[in-house]
Design a protein around this ligand. Structure first.
Ligand code: EPU
Length: 356
């Protein structure tokens, strides 16, 4: 994976230790609205477009010399800003995809678009991730929240990732176990100081189709046609496009909340009042997962507004930037939603979106 050659610029910044010269560009006071899929306007004090990971040691030195917090961004499709960011944003924009010598192994740089990687794999007859089509965001963001949809999660195909450690300045290779994947969770999400910057991800796909059709709605969408990786890809794209708003057209970050996990006994008592309440089994026989969208829908949240923020009309789990919403509008709406669910069902909702 070769980074495109670029002009080398040199710029001097004053730091606590004196003058620090950096040979790639660090911009000051950058509007983050193009870099978060909600499209909210907040400023980054410093911003570096990282096309070449070789620039990261300098970026690290820059942040350390000024004692700046660092925030890593891909396409910002799971991030909501409620304040200006007083530190250095590293916008991961490195590119490259390659097939590795091991059969079915593919490696992609963090800055690659996730959906384009899914298409690339399908075009090269590598299967398994077609259920993850059209998930917005970059390859580097995919392991952070262990992206998942329609019965498939990234961790099933994950081999390893390379990360730059901002604490030590070293490159680390992290296995699936190291990443501690769970439902929309990983070691990266549990580290508020963000010391690891994902550089590239390696996946092991299958050479033979291995279809996963268990998710309600997917089999129905394929009715009357042969189930193949390509038809599953098309069906997933069609389902997502029909009920999830396109962040390019209206700002949003997909599901705002995680689906809550509760005990089976709690489910039984809720079902006395709500016999229709759907629930999915989990790996733990005593725990079930509830669809947060269903709970929110029962309480009439679809279409509700707060300032410029609104709940999407077609899906109660998706908050949208209807009209110049601020991050605060979105968070206040989300707080009202989760309080109403706690009050009505005694179930606490956790945000899936990272709030900065
Ligand atoms: N439902 C409602 N009202 C709504 C929307 C949905 O009652 O407004 C019901 C549906 O009828 C269904 C249930 O809620 O019974 C679940 O809905 P859906 O199939 O749309 O899935 P979800 O649980 O809301 C999850 C993921 C999505 C993923 C889909 C498909 C989470 C938090 N969300 O959504 O992921 O695409 O399943 O696998 O796990 C994302 O993480 O950003 C995301 C979009």
């Amino acid at each position: 994976m070769q980074a495109a050659p670029r002009a080398v610029r040199k710029r001097a910044f004053a730091s606590r230790e004196g003058i620090l010269a950096v040979t790639f560009e660090i911009q000051e006071q950058v509007d983050l609205s193009p870099y978060n899929s909600f499209g909210v306007t907040q400023m980054a004090a410093f911003f570096a477009d990282i096309q070449d990971p070789a620039d990261l040691p300098q970026a690290r030195e820059f942040a350390a010399s000024r004692r700046l917090p660092v925030l890593v961004l891909g396409q910002g499709s799971n991030t909501l800003f409620i304040n200006d960011f007083p530190g250095l944003v590293l916008y991961m924009n490195n590119r490259g995809r390659e097939m590795l010598p091991g059969a079915g192994m593919v490696r992609a740089a963090a800055g690659e678009n996730w959906h384009e990687l899914v298409k690339f794999c399908l075009e090269n007859s590598l299967y398994g991730i077609e259920n993850l089509a059209l998930i917005p965001g970059t390859v580097g963001a995919a392991p952070i929240q262990n992206i998942g949809a329609y019965g498939v999660e990234l961790e099933q195909f994950f081999v390893e990732l390379e990360a730059f450690d901002l604490k030590t300045g070293e490159i680390r290779h992290m296995s699936r176990v190291d990443c501690q994947f769970a439902y929309r969770d990983s070691i990266f999400k549990q580290d508020p100081s963000q010391k690891l910057v994902v550089l590239a991800v390696t996946l092991q796909l299958t050479l033979e189709p291995a279809l996963q059709l268990s998710y309600a709605g997917l089999k129905e969408a394929l009715a009357g046609q042969e189930a193949t990786p390509h038809s599953v890809f098309d069906a997933v794209c069609a389902i997502r496009s029909s009920k999830l708003p396109d962040p390019k057209k209206i700002g949003n970050a997909g599901s705002f909340f995680k689906n809550p996990v509760i005990s089976r006994s709690k489910l039984m008592s809720l079902r006395e009042f709500y016999p229709e309440l759907p629930a999915w089994d989990t790996e733990d026989a005593d725990l079930v997962k509830l669809p947060a969208a269903w709970l929110l829908d029962q309480k009439g949240w679809k279409g509700k507004r707060r300032g410029g923020a609104a709940v999407h009309e077609d899906h109660a789990l998706v908050l949208v930037n209807r009209d110049n919403a601020t991050g605060e509008d979105v968070v206040l709406l989300a707080q009202d939603m989760s309080s109403s669910i706690l009050q009505a069902f005694g179930v606490a909702l956790q945000t899936e979106v990272r709030i900065i």
